[in-house]
Design a protein around this ligand. Structure first.
Ligand SMILES: [Zn+2]
Length: 412
């Protein structure tokens, strides 16, 4: 009998949740689990036996030991549960991926969107969901839930998309609609928040940083802040609008109504405007022969060595570097991860950001913060969507059982 993790975790008691969540972070021995969770070795042995029997975890070789018996390492079985990630941030297509418990992509597909009507989009999500399951050979019962990158500002608790310019939506209850269609747990968040979660959990394959800022640079510029693995949210979900922090007093008007925002000089639109101006003024560039110059073309030509394209990317990097320095002075995170559409030009972009921060941020804070490129690249948001499903599916139900439940679970 192969009892899958979803049904098992639902029936499980709190200490089982604690063990599963500890093993989601990294493989551990029974002794380490007992020590980390404050449970007795006998309790851990009983839980581990059950989880092994039900195919939720597996034994994964002996760990190194100084003396005595070498302990057996336990790890979560990657194939004991799956999550589906849906990326809705492109206007003409859905990118859908099936991920296992290690958040490895098992199968993926791109479905063109023929209509922006919410019901039609939900139908397309349903079709793509079935396609990735069948391509991955995974039964529907093994799917823990679906995570969606919201196409616009949303109310996180209710899952209502307040506004999606790409789709012309206002107040669309997206997660409710998908839940009604698929009968699964459905969660959604802004792509920048999800990318931050993806980087936190799976960016380096090792111990995640305790706090992390993720910055996405593309059509817009946004940031997300994670503390102890939780996305920090303000009163409104649009927290992290780095692109609308003012970088030039009395600067260009911004579409938000203010002036001199970071996006007026560092968004893709601002970058392309600068490139066009320079070409009109006679600058030589391999971009000049193109019929239409896109941001992707600028990144590509920069990587190929075109000096105007390189200057365009470096200019964006300088402004993003200034904003990052402000952010470091305010939050002092241990890790800043930069990703988004700029990713292909990162070899040019990142050193300029780092150099600008070194000049502009307080030295003692800048020395403490590492600035790196997104390690998941274009997959960051979809991996994060799957992480959000797992977070929700394995959330220890402390509130449901009363405030003392966590202590009770540890004590007995
Ligand atoms: Zn603005």
């Amino acid at each position: 009998m192969q009892l899958r993790i979803s049904g098992y975790a639902k029936r499980g008691i709190l200490s089982r949740y604690l063990v599963i969540n500890a093993l989601r972070r990294r493989p551990l021995s029974r002794a380490e689990l007992a020590r980390d969770l404050g449970l007795s070795p006998a309790a851990i042995t009983a839980i581990a036996d059950e989880l092994l029997e039900h195919g939720v975890i597996r034994e994964d070789g002996y760990m190194r030991s100084e003396r005595g018996r070498r302990p057996m390492r336990l790890r979560l079985r990657e194939d004991s549960g799956y999550a589906v990630g849906v990326d809705m941030t492109a206007d003409d297509a859905l990118r859908v991926a099936l991920l296992d418990l290690a958040c490895t992509v098992v199968s993926e597909c791109v479905v063109p969107l023929r209509s922006a009507d919410p019901a039609a989009v939900v139908d397309a999500i349903g079709a793509a969901y079935r396609e990735v399951l069948s391509a991955g050979g995974v039964p529907e019962a093994s799917v823990l839930g679906v995570g969606i990158t919201s196409p616009g500002p949303m109310a996180y608790q209710s899952g209502v998309v307040e506004r999606a310019v790409l789709f012309g939506w206002r107040n669309v209850p997206l997660t409710d609609m998908v839940r009604a269609k698929l009968g699964k747990l459905v969660v959604s968040d802004l792509d920048v928040n999800l990318a931050a979660m993806g980087e936190y959990w799976y960016g380096d394959g090792g111990e995640p940083a305790a706090d992390l800022v993720y910055i996405t640079v593309g059509a817009g510029i946004a940031s997300a802040f994670l503390l102890d693995g939780e996305v920090r949210r303000g009163r409104h979900t649009s927290l992290g609008e780095l692109g609308h922090t003012v970088i030039a007093a009395g600067g260009l008007p911004c579409e938000c109504g203010s002036r001199g925002c970071l996006e007026t000089v560092a968004s893709q639109r601002a970058m392309l405007r600068w490139v066009h101006d320079r070409i009109r003024a006679g600058s030589r560039s391999s971009l000049a022969v193109l019929e239409a110059i896109t941001a992707a073309a600028v990144y590509e030509h920069a990587s190929a060595g075109d000096s105007l394209a390189i200057e365009a990317v470096e200019r964006v990097a300088y402004y993003v570097g200034l904003a990052t320095a402000n952010l470091i002075n305010l939050l002092s995170p241990s890790l800043v991860v930069i990703g988004g559409p700029i990713w292909p030009a990162m070899d040019i972009f990142l050193p300029v950001v780092q150099a600008t921060v070194a000049e502009a941020a307080l030295p003692e804070l800048a020395a403490y913060t590492k600035i790196i490129r997104s390690r998941l690249g274009p997959k960051a948001a979809v991996v994060g969507a799957a992480v959000l499903v797992l977070e929700e599916a394995f959330r220890v139900p402390v509130n449901a059982a009363g405030p003392s439940a966590r202590l009770a679970a540890v004590g007995h």
